[in-house]
Design a protein around this ligand. Structure first.
Ligand code: 5GP
Ligand code: MN
Length: 323
């Protein structure tokens, strides 16, 4: 569905219910947490009770400062007051990890912008054409004939900026998105500050880690596929806090002829994470989905419980048919 009107059922529930639990995905990013924070702030302004929950971990540098606002579990006191649970930025229930059990039996609304995953929840505001969930939260606020306050505007701008690589992934026909961004700046959000929150304050080590990844890149199919990997040793030497995948992808996306980028990372002895990006035509979302993960057509990921070499070989074979 292309229109961004807020479904009546969601609007009514937001008006009628008194208490809201807002939940986002594991390994949260700027869009997920900012959607929760901005919607939470807006609902509080409407006199509602709000509980923000994230399964964490808060590994990305640009979102570390948001961690103190989130609980990691549903408090017992919230279990018997019939709240509406709003799950944001998740296409499948497994994205919220152990929290799925904690909200069992509760009324659930899903606000998301991923290509359809395994549908869950009772009320849906799912728009794969939305650049970010914060954009949809902005629509929710406007559906009440209200504007975001300055703090909410800053959060909403941060979400759309992080999910679009500071707008560089937006294509023609994005007028409505820039109209939303224009309003957010009028409400007090600063693109300059968002940019510095996203890309500034990095450590020298994070750049050195990118150097390592760049030095190990492997090129297949005349450079249309570029793969690299982060080892157990890197994880030990640099730590997850020095990962900066967006900056890494940005470097590779600038190479002539590249279509797909694969970043394979050691997470633990039993887990490898795989990040996928495409530039124009390859649907990496469906590749990720075929391995139990998900995402968007041009940005997706999954976890792999096996050796890194094995998944690398499999992916090279799969992309021979796509590229
Ligand atoms: P990133 O590579 O930045 O971690 O993720 C890119 C996109 O893929 C995001 O939209 C993210 O939600 C999705 N994604 C990454 N890893 C997974 C995963 O393991 N499962 C699912 N369902 N989606 C993922
Ligand atoms: Mn998102």
């Amino acid at each position: 569905m292309n229109n961004f009107d807020v479904p009546l059922e969601l609007k009514q529930s937001l008006e009628e219910k008194d208490s809201f639990i807002l939940i986002g995905h594991k390994n949260p990013d700027g869009d997920c947490l900012s959607s929760q924070l901005a919607l939470g702030s807006f609902l509080k302004r409407q006199g509602k009770n709000v509980c923000l929950i994230s399964p964490g971990p808060f590994n990305r540098l640009e979102i570390e400062h948001q961690e103190p606002y989130f609980l990691s579990h549903v408090p017992d006191t919230w279990k018997n007051i019939d709240p509406l649970v709003v799950v944001l930025d998740c296409s499948t229930i497994d994205r919220i990890g152990y929290l799925a059990d904690e909200i069992e039996g509760m009324n659930v609304a899903v606000v998301d912008h991923h290509d359809s995953g395994m549908s869950f929840g009772d009320i849906h505001f799912i728009r794969p054409h939305a650049p970010s969930v914060t954009f949809l939260v902005h629509k929710i606020i406007e559906s009440f004939n209200m504007e975001p306050n300055k703090e909410e505007a800053e959060l909403l701008l941060f979400g759309v900026a992080t999910d679009t690589g500071f707008f560089r992934h937006l294509e023609s026909g994005s007028g409505e998105i820039f109209q939303s961004v224009a309003k957010l700046t009028e409400c007090g959000a600063s693109p300059k500050e968002v940019h510095s929150l996203m890309y500034g304050g990095r450590s020298l080590k994070s750049k050195q880690l990118i150097g390592k990844l760049l030095s190990r890149t492997r090129s297949e199919y005349e450079g249309k596929l570029i793969l690299t990997f982060e080892t157990e040793e890197d994880l030990h030497d640099f730590g997850k806090e020095n990962r900066d995948s967006d900056a890494f992808y940005q470097q590779i996306q600038g190479i002539k002829g590249v279509e797909v980028i694969v970043l394979v990372r050691f997470e633990s002895n039993s887990e490898i994470s795989v990040g996928l990006r495409s530039k124009y035509y390859a649907d990496v979302g469906s590749v990720a989905k075929s391995f139990g993960g998900g995402g968007h057509k041009k940005a997706a990921g999954f976890t792999w419980n096996g050796p890194a070499e094995e998944i690398t070989d499999k992916l090279i074979k799969i992309f021979s048919k796509i590229l």
